[in-house]
Design a protein around this ligand. Structure first.
Ligand code: SF4
Length: 213
């Protein structure tokens, strides 16, 4: 796909979602980190429901370290994989305290050393907590960017690298949010609303449907 087309797509997405941003609620880098770890294989809405009360009682690292894994399990059991997530969060908190003086690291290399933190989580934290350009490829970013034809990624890592090549660095974080919003609202996994999508004139997936029709 040409740079002009990529630029057109980003402009159209910006018109559609001028307010696109992270949909997880948080007040500090610590809270964002916990919220993103909790968000694996569940919706941001469910995470926000759980963290509203969790962060009211345990807003920071020191207060989170006062509770046991069992208590944390009880507090987050409404969301999937809560046992694994509780374990990871408690180990992550201990590691932050012991190895990082309680400060959330602001490098990719350090973030991915934390339990339960992979590429996607690290990139979300870098981008949203520290305003460091990053493209976190979740299921929406992967699906939408490949459908449109911005990239032809075999997997999320491949997609992340290709998106970083195609999109100017200063727009990485914004593009990440807009692709997620588009995936949640119009370009859904099942039955994408192509007819009403402003990208349908350049979208390879839609052009493919057109060819078959
Ligand atoms: S035209 Fe359809 S497949 Fe393409 S981006 Fe829009 S909703 Fe997604």
């Amino acid at each position: 796909m040409t740079n002009e087309k990529v630029s057109y797509i980003l402009n159209e997405l910006k018109k559609l979602y001028p307010e696109a941003e992270c949909e997880l609620n948080f007040r500090t880098p610590f809270q964002l980190l916990i919220a993103v770890v909790l968000s694996a294989q569940t919706t941001d809405k469910k995470v926000n429901e759980v963290t509203e009360r969790l962060f009211a009682d345990y807003p920071d690292l020191d207060s989170m370290l006062t509770i046991s894994e069992e208590v944390l399990q009880e507090r987050i059991k409404k969301i999937g994989l809560y046992k694994t997530k509780s374990k990871n969060i408690m180990n992550l908190c201990k590691m932050l305290k012991e190895q990082y003086d309680g400060v959330i690291p602001n490098t990719f290399e350090d973030l991915i050393k934390l339990p339960g933190v992979g590429r996607k989580t690290a990139n979300v934290v870098l981008s949203n907590a520290f305003s460091i350009p990053a493209i976190a490829v979740d299921t929406h970013v992967f699906r939408v960017s490949n459908r449109i034809g911005m990239v032809q990624g075999k997997n999320v890592l491949d997609t992340e690298y290709q998106l970083m090549e195609k999109i100017p660095r200063g727009q990485w974080s914004e593009a990440h949010h807009m692709l997620i919003w588009h995936g949640r609202r119009i370009c859904k996994a099942q039955n994408p609303n192509c007819v009403n999508c402003p990208l349908n004139t350049v979208c390879k997936y839609y052009q493919g449907i057109g060819d078959k029709a």
